[in-house]
Design a protein. Structure first.
Length: 258
């Protein structure tokens, strides 16, 4: 009995010692030795995963206020190659785009016309202005190939600061109820669905980073939103739209301790 108690005590002692050492090593991995301030460009668009067959032609594209800025902090060193990063970013996801669509089925809601909140088939040119500002919290893992080149990826949680999704149609017509119903000409009209922009977006990120010196670096990152940007009933808009943007930034590192 005494031997069993002794061996149990020895086991508990060494287990506690090992746990304390591992715990110490774990907490030693937490670090906050610098802040990195970032500024750059955010270029892309709000787009479906695949272009619907009803979209016959892309008539134009232009980014709107394509800026982003923020601050990040490397907070956990996994080993000499891997580390975890988080931060806080402000991003502008904006675009102007035009397309010609044919027999696109959905909820028709044209301002200052009798055709509001009705189902139908739309044919014509559509101009869209979308401009949403997001406050983003990324959680990324970064791998260092060497002192200069790094690769990183992760997830992001974003909330809208401001929302805008509006546009107009021209040289168009609609058919109510069925694709073979009588044409109703719509020479010009506008629409606005800003209130249907989701306030929250969850996305994935993947990119690369080039270190210029101990202070400056350049980073390119692809951001894809998994969440549908719009939040209408599925039958109102059968296409799911996502934030797809390329973020190019310069980073300035500010040491927090020597």
């Amino acid at each position: 009995m005494k031997f069993k108690l002794f061996t149990t005590a020895v086991f508990c002692f060494f287990y506690t010692l090992t746990f304390a050492q591992n715990r110490s090593a774990f907490f030693d991995s937490f670090k906050a030795d610098k802040l990195v301030f970032r500024a750059g460009f955010n270029i892309g668009g709000i787009a479906p995963t695949s272009i619907p067959q009803e979209v016959r032609d892309i008539e134009g594209y232009k980014p709107i206020t394509p800026f982003s800025f923020g601050v990040e902090i490397p907070f956990f060193q996994i080993d000499n190659k891997w580390e975890l990063i988080t931060g806080l970013n402000v991003k502008s996801n904006g675009m102007k785009a035009g397309a010609f669509v044919e027999n696109f089925r959905g909820m028709i809601n044209l301002e200052n016309t009798p055709y509001q909140n009705i189902f139908g088939y739309f044919t014509g040119s559509v101009k869209t202005n979308a401009h949403n500002w997001y406050l983003e919290i990324p959680i990324q893992v970064r791998y260092s190939f060497n002192e200069k080149w790094k690769m990183l990826g992760g997830i992001s949680f974003s909330n809208t600061i401001s929302r805008s999704f509006e546009g107009g149609v021209r040289d168009a017509y609609i058919r109510l109820g069925a694709p073979t119903a009588q044409k109703i000409d719509v020479p010009n009209a506008t629409f606005k669905t800003s209130s249907q922009i989701r306030k929250f977006d969850f996305g994935g990120q993947l990119g690369a980073e080039c270190r210029i010196n101990n202070i400056w670096d350049i980073r390119g990152m692809v951001n894809y939103g998994f969440t549908n940007v719009l939040n209408p009933p599925k039958e109102n808009l059968p296409v799911s739209l996502h934030n797809v943007f390329f973020n190019l930034t310069a980073g300035y590192a500010l040491p927090l301790k020597k």
